[in-house]
Design a protein around this ligand. Sequence first.
Ligand code: PGA
Length: 266
Amino acid sequence: MSERTKLVAGNWKMNLTATQAAATLETFAKAVSSRSDVDIVVCPSYLAIPKVRELLRSRPIHLGAQDVFWEDSGAFTGKVSAAMLADAGVDYCIVGHSETRGRFGKVETPASTLGYFAESDETVNLKIGRLLYHGINPILCVGETLAEREQGVTDAVIEAQIRAGLAGFDASELYFSAIAYEPVWAIGTGQTCEPAEASRICGLIRNSLASLLDEDVADQVRILYGGSVKATNSADLFHQPDIDGGLIGGASLDPQEFARIVMSAG
Ligand code: PGA
């Protein structure tokens, strides 16, 4: 088994104006400057990408986006393409986050609004294709809802998402991709998945990659955990055998806390 470099990505979601993102990044970058053995990614809003890119020029931190559309151009009002992200200097892009899959699993989200997000395994697959074409590394999110966990179908749900999301790609195209196991019930809820269980699912994802693609790519792809990761639980999670880092939402908005999370990954 190869020694995989840990990867920690911050998903700032619909938070931080470009000015606020710049200030957050300045503080964060200083606090993590001594941690050169962890790959770090920040995913600001589209509008903050140019400012963040400028600040990252001299720093070993990668730039990520939170979503992408699967056509390069055309009459798709409000959408942003992989070609545009590549031109803006984006290296990574989150795909299939449960908030874009429309699988919020939160009671306060009215069912009538879910269709607005409506990501499916098929759109996830199309997006990954365009990202790879433009040289951007996808961070594919998969995860079960609370109802699916309670029904005992977690493993089958995850395997199906991996199979459909990666259908049609060659192992050689996916070496620099990452996969994030994000149980929907753990996202933004303060309810973290038990480290041993999170590691078990990450191991299951690795086995799926080995059987769908090949052993080499399964050995190389970073498999992250996401869902209420904080500085108080990150070390436990990141030191599990099958967890190669994390996708951090809420806690990445506080630059000091995000830095402590990154520091715990080394
Ligand atoms: P959280 O979000 O850390 O706020 O739970 C994680 C994510 O949505 O990627």
